[in-house]
Write a protein that binds this ligand. Structure first.
Ligand SMILES: [Zn+2]
Length: 223
């Protein structure tokens, strides 16, 4: 881990296995952070929140720090939109990870070396490479669902290429904030419902039924 050399603490990180490429980059970042940490022998360790003058953590300060960093960015605008009061927080939290491409799709597991064989990273339904855009937008089941939704809403939605841009497409640019919020909510509901429907299909072999409870909500919201 490290030791004192000529009165100064030197970090010496060693790992139990060879690192993946993407881990090497993280390790360098970690090393950069640790280089700024000064270890003082004989002094007990304590937690300190570096973003406040008294060193104490508070949710308010953490929120301030995060929002300050992201103010004005596309991500910040989307973050504001996705935490929609009409949505249960578990759906907003999941969909935020979808936008950031942080959900454990087979493609992501393959990139991280957890799935070794590319053949195993294919969609369980149509054999395409299963990244988030495939899962939620381009898989034949997802396409069919979006098409059904468009029909209910009386619109023709030409979906953008990935989930982040598709969310940007919904609600963005609509002047009436209530209508914009409604469209954001529709996007969120469809994404969540696609996820649940796919899981039921893959793990329980349950056919997707657009007459179910969630779908009625989607249909109603578009009216
Ligand atoms: Zn598929």
């Amino acid at each position: 881990m490290g030791n004192i050399q000529e009165g100064t603490w030197k970090w010496n990180l060693s790992w139990r296995r060879t690192l993946f490429e993407w881990e090497k980059e993280d390790t360098m970042k970690l090393q950069g952070i640790l280089d700024n940490v000064k270890i003082t022998p004989g002094r007990p360790d304590k937690w300190q929140w570096i973003h406040s003058s008294d060193g104490l953590y508070s949710t308010k300060m953490a929120y301030w720090k995060l929002t300050k960093e992201r103010t004005g960015s596309k991500e910040a605008k989307m973050s504001k939109r996705i935490w929609n009061p009409m949505l249960p927080s578990k759906i907003a939290a999941f969909n935020w990870r979808v936008i950031l491409d942080r959900i454990p799709t087979k493609a992501n597991l393959h990139k991280r070396g957890i799935i070794k064989d590319i053949e195993e990273a294919k969609c369980g339904i149509c054999e395409e490479y299963k990244d988030a855009s495939h899962l939620f937008l381009n898989c034949k089941i997802s396409k069919w669902i979006w098409k059904a939704c468009s029909r209910w809403w009386g619109t023709t939605v030409a979906l953008k290429e990935d989930c982040c841009n598709t969310f940007d497409q919904f609600g963005n640019g609509i002047k009436d904030p209530h209508i914009a919020e409604g469209w954001d909510c529709i996007w969120n509901t469809v994404i969540w419902t696609v996820w649940m429907a796919r899981n039921r299909k893959i793990f329980q072999d349950t056919e997707i039924n657009v007459g179910g409870r969630h779908w009625k909500a989607v249909r109603y919201m578009g009216c």
